[in-house]
Design a protein around this ligand. Structure first.
Ligand SMILES: [Zn+2]
Length: 229
């Protein structure tokens, strides 16, 4: 997610309807956990406000990956820290200062940090889908760090993280750990629109992919699962 991309939201929001929809089971959620799910996952809370959604998105996504790793005979390594910051007050990552209005995974220390005021603003404007795109995307980078991570271009890494985010969300819905509410699908697509690059400079070191590509990779993971990423 980048600041530049966020500014594009206002232009892009009206395009969502033309960009197709996520097929399959209904997407996430206002993150209310079903009874089944509260027993099946270690995650507590209903996700009915911003702090609750942020906590739940992190917990459930990591639960999903721990389960996937276990199924493959591997052990998922949870992030060491989940840092909320504001403005310029974010943690360094390998000597690089955190920037405002961003969320990131830091391999040096294996942690995720997010500008809470920025994420909160997106949550208020676009709905809780913001949280369920941003957090699973960043945790997708934490997963990549534990798998093969030899991408030639940054955009490949970013789009795979989108795919992982989609796969995690649909996996959580299938596991009844998340329930979709009406409008959630649109929220997710809006958020991916907003997070896309304004141009298709896919070779750029900070490229994340165009809105269409980001939606496409997210939908691929969502519809076909982790194996499709
Ligand atoms: Zn990313």
């Amino acid at each position: 997610m980048t600041r530049r991309a966020f500014a594009a939201f206002f232009l892009l929001v009206t395009l969502v309807a033309s960009c197709g929809t996520l097929a399959g089971s209904p997407p996430p959620d206002r993150a209310q956990q079903g009874d089944t799910a509260s027993r099946a996952t270690p995650c507590r809370g209903n996700g009915d406000d911003f702090p609750g959604d942020v906590k739940l998105a992190r917990c459930l996504t990591e639960w999903f990956w721990a389960d996937r790793f276990r199924q493959s005979g591997e052990t998922y390594r949870p992030i060491t820290r989940f840092v909320a910051y504001e403005g310029n007050g974010g943690p360094d990552c390998g000597g690089q200062p955190a920037v405002p209005e961003n969320a990131f995974y830091c391999p040096d220390g294996h942690f995720v940090a997010y500008d809470a005021a920025w994420l909160r603003a997106m949550y208020d404007q676009m709905g809780d889908g913001a949280v369920y795109v941003v957090i699973p995307h960043e945790l997708g980078h934490a997963v990549q760090a534990q798998l093969v991570d030899d991408f030639r271009y940054n955009v490949e890494r970013e789009l795979q993280a989108d795919c992982y985010a989609g796969a995690a969300l649909s996996g959580l819905i299938q596991a009844r750990a998340l329930r979709a509410e009406q409008g959630d699908e649109e929220e997710l697509l809006v958020n991916l629109e907003a997070a896309g690059d304004p141009t298709d400079a896919w070779w750029a070191p900070d490229a994340h992919g165009t809105p269409e590509k980001r939606q496409g990779y997210f939908a691929q993971g969502y519809n076909e699962g982790v194996g499709a990423c």
